[in-house]
Ligand binder design. Structure first.
Ligand code: GUN
Length: 301
């Protein structure tokens, strides 16, 4: 059994990004600048956004954190997004999800200029991903693909079972792994809350990607000997062992599942750190204008 060390791979990727930022500085080019909008005070979102801002500093990016109250109206949030769309200093930005119930996430996502959508959530970028065109890949699926690549895990012809069909992880990773490329060429089955007899699928899977946010849901009896298990779950569960009063739990019952696997990601230290490194990578691409040329008529139409 091999543990996939997302912390190590993400450090390596961040190191590569910081070298490129230094080069840009020396050449007098623009320093990549990521902005993050955080609405309200959700504990999980606070932690994630703080980690994103910290990672920007680590690689030498500029960053701006915009905190808005839970009570902000949808209209006011859309105005803020419009400001960022038109601010040439900001290369890319994210609106941390989930948003309060009175705000339409879809409207918000669609109001972000695709060229600045470093989360890769805008329908234009999702469509480009599905068509295998250059785009910003959503950070978590991008991170998973990088891990498979880094550990040279064979994917061609493998049966990959994805559990969870969210727009952030399950749906995009199922598209990416079915693409005619490496990592890819998988036969993908996308399971979700309405799937009957999940175990019937998971026990036949060469690769399992679990993104459901149910702590310790995947047990050893659901896994084929030698499977690759990628655990995307990061649920906060209360704990008396930590100062904060909680710890992070994956979807997978790690202790019993790991011995059956050829490769497995731990939680924490697996997919999580890769998500942040991928967001940085997308922001660097945005600063380099390597996917969209700024002010291109095509994307502004
Ligand atoms: N909430 C959970 N994951 C993400 C993410 O990757 N981006 C944003 N914006 N919100 C999230």
């Amino acid at each position: 059994m091999n543990i996939i060390d997302g912390k190590k791979v993400s450090s390596f990727l961040k190191e590569k990004i910081s070298i490129e930022v230094n080069q840009r500085k020396n050449e007098g080019k623009k320093i990549p600048h990521l902005a993050a909008i955080l609405v309200g005070n959700d504990g999980g979102s606070e932690t994630y956004v703080a980690a994103k801002v910290k990672a920007c500093a680590e690689v030498g990016f500029d960053s701006t954190l915009i905190r808005l109250p839970e009570s902000i109206s949808e209209k006011e949030l859309l105005l803020k997004i419009n400001e960022l769309n038109n601010n040439a200093e900001i290369d890319g930005f994210i609106v941390q999800l989930p948003l309060p119930k009175h705000i339409s996430e879809q409207k918000v996502i669609e109001s972000i200029l695709p060229e600045k959508d470093v989360d890769g959530f805008h329908p234009t970028n999702v469509g480009r991903m599905a068509l295998n065109l250059p785009t910003y890949l959503p950070a978590t699926p991008f991170g998973i693909v990088k891990l498979l690549e880094e550990y040279k895990i064979e994917t061609s012809g493998k049966h990959c079972v994805v559990i969870g069909r969210s727009h952030i992880v399950g749906s995009p990773i199922s598209i990416l792994l079915a693409r005619a490329s490496y990592p890819g060429n998988c036969t993908v089955t996308l399971c979700h809350s309405k799937t009957k007899d999940l175990k019937e699928f998971t026990t036949k899977a060469d690769i399992i990607i679990s993104a459901i946010g149910k702590p310790h849901f995947i047990t050893a009896d659901m896994i084929k000997q030698g499977a690759v298990v990628i655990d995307v779950g990061i649920t906060r569960v209360s704990s008396t062992e930590t100062k904060s009063g909680f710890k992070l739990a994956g979807d997978v019952k790690y202790d019993e599942v790991a011995p059956k696997c050829s490769f497995i990601t731990p939680v924490p230290g697996g997919v999580g750190p890769m998500t942040i490194a991928s967001l940085l990578q997308n922001t660097l691409l945005a600063a380099k204008e390597s996917i969209y040329k700024k002010n291109s008529k095509v994307i502004c139409a």
